[in-house]
Design a protein around this ligand. Structure first.
Ligand SMILES: [Zn+2]
Ligand SMILES: [Zn+2]
Length: 278
């Protein structure tokens, strides 16, 4: 019983930790806490028996598998039941119709199972350690973007009122994890958290049709300082990509401000082919 209450204390400590960039020291402390006060895995709820990262057990981390197989060359949409060799041009319907404003989009995995659970924990329980670890996973699809070292990393912003309510922007935390992971390899890569702004609040995209989603976010984004992105490639980061409407609306604003390329990166891809992703 005593251990249980201590475990809860550990959770709330991690949840409210206000340091913007968790240092190596805080990660080590997190590991030490997990060892001294055992907690349960956030995803499978089994007791953590080793100081594994961000309150997720080794087996659950290993279950977060990257997307493989044929996908749309432009937006990364996985082709569930089609063979790559059946297509001359590997583009999905939306991309063939030129509906996406970004140059390329890729995601780490599918928005199903444990990856979906992890994102929901991150989004609704402010878990910075988790965000840093999950953001680092995006280093894999990042390679497919062929981003120049001079690229700016821009998280998809929340409207200030939503951000105040939630207390953080999950896309920004993920972007931080990615940049940290790539530091050293991509020296010029620069995270500019406030490069994009949401100028009016929008309805949640969940449950809206493809065209309603596009309308909902049309003209919603603006670039705070156009000189920061002019003639530079921008890596847009979000937690989940569904139809690409939000990323496209961001790309429109960035290109208008002079960005040379807009490369969209998300942790998870929600697609209608996979039932869990709705
Ligand atoms: Zn687990
Ligand atoms: Zn596509």
């Amino acid at each position: 019983m005593l251990l249980r209450s201590k475990a809860r204390f550990v959770f709330s400590f991690a949840g409210n930790y206000k340091t913007p960039t968790p240092s190596l020291l805080s990660e080590l402390l997190g590991g030490l806490f997990a060892t001294v006060f055992p907690t349960n895995c956030l995803l499978c709820e089994r007791e953590l028996t080793e100081p594994w990262g961000a309150s997720i057990c080794r087996a659950c981390w290993e279950s977060l598998q990257p997307l493989t197989g044929p996908c749309c060359e432009r937006c990364g949409l996985p082709f569930a039941s089609m063979r790559a060799e059946d297509f001359v041009e590997l583009l999905c319907g939306q991309c063939r119709q030129g509906e996406q404003e970004f140059d390329i989009a890729r995601s780490y995995g599918l928005y199903t199972g444990n990856l979906r659970k992890a994102i929901l924990h991150l989004k609704f329980h402010r878990r910075e350690h988790l965000a840093i670890r999950l953001g680092a996973l995006m280093a894999l699809p990042f390679e497919a973007l062929s981003a120049a070292d001079s690229a700016i990393v821009a998280p998809v912003p929340l409207h200030p009122s939503r951000r105040r309510q939630r207390g953080f922007n999950q896309a920004e935390l993920l972007a931080r994890g990615l940049v940290r992971r790539l530091r050293g390899e991509k020296r010029g890569l620069q995270l500019v958290a406030g490069s994009l702004r949401r100028i009016r609040p929008t309805l949640p995209q969940v449950g809206l049709s493809v065209s309603a989603r596009r309308e909902n976010v049309s003209g919603v984004f603006s670039v705070a300082r156009p000189e920061q992105v002019r003639n530079r490639p921008v890596v847009l980061v979000d937690d989940v990509m569904t139809t690409g409407a939000t990323l496209s609306a961001c790309a429109t604003a960035l290109k208008r401000a002079g960005a040379s390329r807009v490369l969209a990166l998300s942790l998870a891809r929600a697609t209608p082919q996979f039932p869990d992703s709705a």
